[in-house]
Design a protein around this ligand. Structure first.
Ligand code: BEZ
Ligand code: FE
Length: 317
């Protein structure tokens, strides 16, 4: 830890003190104790980062972090509170819940990153993205098209989902992998709810030659995001509403296309216009159409942009 030339105390602090450290090393400059000089030194320390993207990201992060601390005149005790918050986010993350994803979601960061990623697709008429959230599971069961994803005994109004996966020019995409998951009418995902069977209201489908997938389910309900961890404390401090409008999640993956993660929201949900994680954008609000037998039907087209397929990080096993 002795490699930094910046650790020598600034010369004025030494004046008259009997430190035995009376003259700076010739040809080397001690750090001047100003925010500007500090930032310059911190940025210089990043200049040899070999990965160019990492260097770019760190460079911007450092500039914004220093500007932020200066703007709010961050105190040391506040820095401690912030660091403790991050530690607790880590400790609250496990196989049951990913508090880190929840944090990115309630800050609007996940929605922003989705928008940045999908900029070109949106300009060309692709489906809008929405955050994945903390409840996608890795091993969702592969089911036949037309299967039920709601186990026997799941309460709620019956819903039929009839989807197509299309390219931007409207051509069907066959053999696409479609992941779906949703909360029950009680507002809980099966992994949060001891009364639901494992993998209830979850499934993985493959599109047919016409790009179609379909399944039976129950109409989902809105729910409160988990508030038993540090994210809950933050939401409470901000006095924010904690509800998400009812929705179904989809992730669509197909060779030759960029992966689409999105959600389809029930436009009739009273929270459709105040989603705590900012995911419920206009084009994703759909009407679940009531049928003659009082069941509901959702028809949807999911349009993918050409590109490289990527399997997103899955928050839960
Ligand atoms: C979800 O949509 O599953 C979700 C997103 C953010 C926070 C909590 C849940
Ligand atoms: Fe959800």
């Amino acid at each position: 830890m002795n490699e930094s030339p910046h650790v020598a105390p600034a010369a004025p602090a030494l004046a008259g003190a009997d430190t035995g450290f009376t003259s700076p090393q010739p040809g080397r400059e001690a750090l001047t104790a100003t925010p500007e000089a500090l930032l310059e030194a911190v940025l210089a320390a990043n200049r040899r980062t070999t990965d160019p993207r990492l260097r770019q990201v760190l460079d911007a992060l450092l500039r914004h972090l220093h500007a932020f601390a200066l703007e709010v005149r961050l105190g040391y005790q506040e820095l401690e509170v912030g660091l403790d918050f991050l530690v607790r986010i880590g400790k609250a993350t496990g196989p049951e819940k990913h508090e880190g994803i929840l944090l990115a979601d309630i800050l609007g960061l996940a929605t922003l990153v989705g928008l940045i990623d999908a900029k070109q697709a949106l300009a060309a008429g692709g489906t809008e993205p929405a955050l994945i959230g903390p409840f996608w599971r890795a091993a969702q069961p592969l089911r036949e098209n037309g299967a039920h994803i709601a186990a026997q005994g799941t309460p709620g109004e019956r819903l039929f989902v009839n989807g197509r996966v299309l390219s931007l020019d409207g051509k069907p995409i066959a053999n696409a992998r479609v992941e779906t998951w949703q909360a029950s009418p009680g507002g809980l995902y099966e992994n949060q709810d001891p009364d639901q069977v494992d993998m209830n209201l979850r499934g993985r489908f493959q599109t047919d030659a016409d790009g179609r997938f379909s399944f039976y389910s129950v109409r989902p309900a809105g729910y409160a995001v988990p508030v038993d961890g540090p994210c809950g404390e933050l939401l409470h401090a901000q006095q924010r509403a904690i509800m998400r409008p009812a929705h179904l999640h989809f992730i669509v993956m197909a060779d030759g296309y960029k992966t689409l993660a999105t959600q389809i929201f029930d436009a009739e949900d009273p929270n459709a216009y105040r989603d705590v994680v900012f995911g419920a954008v206009g084009s994703l609000l759909h009407r679940f159409e009531r049928q003659a037998d009082d069941s509901f039907r959702l028809d949807l087209d999911l349009k993918l942009e050409p590109g490289t397929m990527r399997v997103p990080m899955c928050p839960l096993p």
